[in-house]
Design a protein around this ligand. Sequence first.
Ligand code: CU
Length: 120
Amino acid sequence: MKNLISSSLIIALLAGSGVVLAGEHQAGINHAAMQGMEHNASAAQAHKAEGVVNSVDLRNGKVNMTHGPVESLGWPGMTMDFAVKDKAILKGINPGQKVAFEVVKEGPGKFYVNRITPLK
Ligand SMILES: [Cu+2]
C-alpha cells in the first residue's frame, strides 16, 4: 500500500513535468484507434444472400436486386438498390441474372455489396 501511494505520488510529480505522461497519452490514443479498427472489422461481416438482378449501374456503382431473406441481417426479401465499393465486381453482371452476393454493413442503415457472382 505504501508503495502504491508513493508511486502514484511520483506519477503525479512526473505529470507535473509533462514529459513521461505525454508519451503514455500517445499510447492511449493509439490503443483507442486500434480498438476502433477491430470494431470496424467485426462490423464488416459479410452477409450472404441470393437474388435476381434488375438493373446494373456500372457508372455509379449500383445494382438493383430482388433478393430473398437475409437472415443474418434480419431482412425480409425485397427489391432494393445496393451500392458497391468496387465497381469492377459488377462487370459481367446483367439484368435477369440470378446471383449470390454478400452484403457488408458499413454503418447504421448503410450497406454495400462486396461480392456478387452469377448462379446457374
Ligand atoms: Cu433489401
